[in-house]
Design a protein around this ligand. Structure first.
Ligand SMILES: [Zn+2]
Length: 193
């Protein structure tokens, strides 16, 4: 996996353009990766609804939960489906709207300087092997592309919005994720391929 630096997109990712983004502040680039968990409706996987939410096309009458969240204007750079499939909604050089009110090491507004990675899932249900595999490849490729990123600059949404957000939840195995990321970062990377 590799970032195309000119376009700010991950090669091989499926691209779906979200209108929910804007420019990062002048001179600010990605230096944090935020892991999220999401499913729509909660606990249901494989539907088109996350994509619909990020493109402001969620049918509000389809589910009571959609009525609650359907007016939100949100997005994420990446979504990792249960089968490990990767979709990109916002260029890495732009600011996606995934973190909301948040703070990392005393610095507020994490959207300004982070990349959001949504894992399709639930706080309390084990994430899939394929998702850990894709996440490891994604983080390795991002760290390769953006010099201010590193494998230890990886946090959960709950870490930067404590009390307000719980994702990716206790089901997300940080130790396993870090092991996979470590291995992916060690692997020889295809440069310029
Ligand atoms: Zn989140």
């Amino acid at each position: 996996m590799q970032v195309d630096l000119d376009s700010g997109v991950m090669r091989n990712a499926r691209l779906v353009a979200s209108p929910n983004y804007d420019a990062r502040p002048d001179g600010v680039e990605a230096e944090l990766i935020v892991v999220h968990g999401i499913s729509l409706p909660p606990g249901e996987f494989g539907g088109p609804w996350i994509e619909r939410l990020f493109t402001n096309a969620l049918p509000l009458d389809m589910h009571p939960y959609f009525t609650e969240i359907g007016e939100l204007r949100v997005s994420s750079h990446l979504l990792v489906a249960r089968d490990g499939g990767l979709t990109q909604f916002v260029k890495f050089t732009d600011r996606a709207w995934h973190a909301g009110q948040s703070s990392y090491n005393g610095r507020a507004a994490c959207n300004d300087f982070s990349i959001g990675v949504e894992l399709e899932g639930l706080d309390t249900l084990a994430y899939e092997d394929a998702q850990y595999d894709t996440l490891a490849e994604v983080v390795a490729a991002l760290c390769d592309a953006y010099p201010r990123l590193s494998p230890d600059r990886l946090v959960g949404h709950s870490d930067i919005s404590p009390g307000r957000k719980t994702d990716p939840g206790p089901a997300f195995d940080w130790e396993r994720a870090r092991r996979g990321i470590g291995a992916a970062c060690q692997a020889p990377r295809a440069r310029g391929a």
